[in-house]
Ligand binder design. Structure first.
Ligand SMILES: *Cc1c(COP(=O)(O)O)cnc(C)c1O
Length: 365
């Protein structure tokens, strides 16, 4: 069986250095808010090209913390609206709800699966305060168009970059294309910890300080509380592991690009739509997502032939019980995408033979 994802294989290259890092943290006797987190924040900010990075507990919290910080600053208020693509992973939308704001769903572009900028302006109301772009599957959203709309209407532009570590847009990296960006280091992401972890990147010093404080109960100084904060910190163990893996992320990306290019060049089946890639080098290729009218049949066929796949995602957020208040929305492109997409294996450590077998099996379908 070719697995969709093999986290053990992904981490194999880093095994020794990760073990050393884990040992170092254990022996340090200091596990939260210490040198490892500071070092990773510095390194990850440098990697993204931003002035600041704040480590937090996970990617969902990273988004929520940015929004809470803006509420704290008075930039947004409870009940204000945030524009977000309708086909994102539900966490982008949950973060908006959890901050007391209202998600406003916008259809994606059927070719890129990212938010369609031509549909954004019609959704703007006097309560709209931000656009949360999501770089889905690893390809950057149309940031120039979004940035123009955001400036025109005085909105914050944010990135959910949980799937786009290292992706590039006009020479700049994901995380450095907006007012504030958020990352997840969930084990399966392109930069993955061995547990939950996340970060916020920004060039705004006040926002960075506020996110850091709110993530630590609203406290910058021990037992002095300036905001009603939460507990959402990046621990030393995850930070140390992330510093090790950050050193290899560009090498990992090359492997993703090689395999993605192989798929693009060799999958030849009229029934399958391949992803549209503007620029291979700039795409983080978190996922390789194909589309077909008979998605469920294809998934079963691949499984029968020893190939595991996943669907990102089977049910759109507005059709989830959790968001039943949104169930009447008409979002035909989003629904079509959810009915047709299928993600094929593209994890670090997948072998050439495995990739070849996947192509041959797809071409025979
Ligand atoms: C993974 C992911 C998140 C959430 O990250 P967690 O660390 O799992 O909380 C948010 N948005 C997108 C687009 C994601 O893929």
């Amino acid at each position: 069986m070719i697995p969709f994802l093999d986290l053990k294989r992904i981490n194999l290259n880093y095994r020794q250095q990760m073990n050393e890092a884990i040992q170092r943290v254990l022996d340090s006797g200091w596990y939260i808010r210490g040198k490892e987190c500071e070092a990773f924040e510095r390194e990850y900010a440098a990697y993204c090209g931003t002035k600041y990075c704040v480590g937090v507990a996970n990617g969902l919290d990273a988004i929520r913390l940015v929004l809470l910080a803006y509420i704290e600053q008075g930039v947004m208020q409870q009940g204000d609206e945030v524009i977000v693509p309708a086909n994102t992973f539900v966490a982008s939308i949950l973060a908006i709800s959890q901050a007391g704001l209202t998600p406003v769903l916008v259809e994606p572009d059927i070719n890129t699966y990212n938010i369609d900028p031509s549909l954004v302006e019609e959704k703007i109301t006097p309560r709209t305060k931000a656009i949360l772009a999501v770089h889905l599957y690893g390809q950057i959203s149309p940031m120039d168009e979004l940035s123009e709309i955001a400036s025109k209407h005085n909105l914050k532009l944010l990135e959910d970059a949980a799937q786009a570590h290292g992706a590039i847009y006009r020479g700049r990296k994901a995380g450095n294309l907006s007012d504030a960006a958020t990352f997840s280091f969930y084990p399966a992401k392109n930069l993955g910890a061995i547990g939950d972890a996340g970060a916020v990147t920004t060039n705004d010093s006040q926002l960075a300080a506020l996110v850091k404080s709110i993530a630590n109960y609203g406290s910058d100084e021990k037992y002095v509380f300036e905001q009603k904060g939460v507990n959402s910190r990046l621990d030393e163990l995850q930070a140390a592991v992330l510093s090790v893996k950050l050193k290899g992320i560009d090498e990992d990306s090359k492997q993703r690009h090689r395999n993605a290019q192989y798929y693009l060049d060799n999958i030849k089946n009229e029934k399958i739509i391949l992803p549209q890639v503007t620029n291979m080098e700039e795409h983080a290729f978190h996922l390789f997502v194909i589309r077909t009218k008979q998605r469920d049949k294809l998934q079963q066929y691949l499984l029968d032939n020893g190939i595991q796949t996943q669907i990102h995602y089977p049910i759109p957020p507005h059709k989830q019980q959790a968001y039943k208040e949104l169930s009447d929305l008409s979002l035909p492109i989003t629904e079509l995408i959810h009915n047709e997409v299928l993600s094929i294996p593209l994890f670090i450590g997948i072998t050439e033979a495995e990739v070849q077998k996947i192509v041959e099996t797809l071409n025979k379908w």
